[in-house]
Ligand binder design. Structure first.
Ligand code: NAD
Ligand code: G3P
Length: 335
């Protein structure tokens, strides 16, 4: 019996918990920060706030106690929004052990430090002299579809392939297929940066600019995020995989994407603050990632024209239509 802790009860953490607790050889605990939310989920057997419509299996344990969540866990999966990752691991550090396998399922880049999520985890745990294996789970995966058992393929990346192979065995099912990878940089940056392009794709849709524009944006988007990921040490082939092109296509075209929704509403002329308020606590990571990605690109001397325009729109410096015109008016380039 493998004991798995999921830290974070948003849509994705809950969907992973639902999926993993369907295997009879797993003992899964879902941690949520609020005791009231834990009590409600235990009583209703449903996460009404973040993943309504999906029953929480009877075998799934729900807790708000850090010690109950991780004390006996062999695998710990963190799925909190990127802005809360450091605080979450600081909170959990006293109960974590070096033998545990950590998996990050958060897609983002930390503000200020510009660190990837596994780097934030390592840095946070270093002060407790903990250095457990830490990998990343990423790829095209709307939480609702994974919870519904729709076929999904993901990437699991660890520097040490043995850990990726272990998570591949533990997380795979008839509806979830995992591919292993050793390129943490490429997998993490692919998952984080696609959210920025998804906002731009939403803008194109909101402005009703047509299918040609949408296809151009996805294609030039993958070129741009690949440039940055490669400059940071990622592999070009990784960005052509599930946690690059795969997730980019899903998020740029899928109606379930929050990042695309933010872009669409911006394109229709709504103000960012109003859109984010409307998300009611659901995270659209691309908003923060846009500015972190630009800082990272500047530090590596990488040109990111789409990301620059998304930043200009988000910060209110340019209208969505002017931003798209600027992209078209750039000097001619080789492909
Ligand atoms: N939703 C998806 O389909 C999906 C799929 C793959 C990856 N992801 C990624 O998973 C991560 C989590 O997103 P989500 O969609 O599960 O969340 P969500 O948008 O459904 O919910 C937000 C979550 O943030 C939590 N939260 C708010 N303040 C917090 C704090 N101070 N400390 C800790 N947690 C706090 C809330 O309790 C809630 O669980 C993001 O990085 C997202 O990009 C999401
Ligand atoms: O709803 P989004 O835009 O946060 O996207 C969710 C997942 O990252 C898709 O893989």
């Amino acid at each position: 019996m493998s004991r798995i802790a999921i830290l974070g009860s948003g849509a994705w953490g809950t969907a992973l918990a639902v999926h993993l607790s369907q295997r009879s050889d797993h003992n899964v605990v879902l941690w949520t920060r609020s005791p009231a939310a834990a009590a409600e989920m235990r009583q209703q057997r449903e996460n009404l706030r973040h993943l309504p419509g999906f029953a929480l299996p009877a075998a799934l344990t729900i807790t708000s106690e850090a010690i109950e969540a991780v004390a006996d866990a062999e695998i710990v999966v963190s799925v909190v929004p990127s802005e809360h990752l450091r605080a979450t691991y600081t909170h959990f550090a006293p109960w974590l052990r070096k033998e545990q396998i950590l998996v990050s399922a958060t897609k983002g880049i930390e503000d200020g430090t510009l660190l990837r999520m596994t780097e934030v985890i390592r840095q946070t745990l270093a002060s407790s002299a903990l250095n457990p294996p830490c990998g990343v789970l990423s790829g095209p995966s709307f939480a609702q579809e994974v919870a519904a058992g729709s076929p999904t393929a993901l990437t699991i990346a660890f520097v040490e392939n043995a850990f990726a192979a272990k998570i591949q065995r533990e997380f795979s099912s008839a509806t979830l297929r995992l591919y292993t990878n050793e390129d943490l940089v490429g997998v993490e940056l692919g998952g984080a940066l696609k959210n920025v392009i998804a906002i731009a794709s939403g803008v194109v849709t909101g402005l009703i600019l047509g299918h040609n524009a949408a296809a151009a944006l996805i294609t030039r988007g993958i070129a741009e995020i690949t440039r940055l990921a490669v400059a940071c040490g990622g592999r070009r082939t990784t960005l052509a995989g599930l946690s690059g092109l795969g997730d980019l296509v899903l998020t740029c075209t899928g109606s379930l994407s929050r990042n695309r929704l933010v872009g669409m509403e911006l394109g229709k002329g709504r103000a960012l603050e109003e859109i984010l308020t409307g998300l009611d606590g659901k995270v659209a990571e691309g908003v923060r990632t846009t500015f972190a990605a630009l800082d990272l690109a500047n530090s590596h001397g990488i040109e990111m024209p789409i990301t620059e325009q998304v930043a200009a729109i988000l910060s209110g410096r340019r209208s969505p239509l002017d931003a798209m015109r600027e992209l078209m008016a750039r000097p001619g380039k080789d492909e």
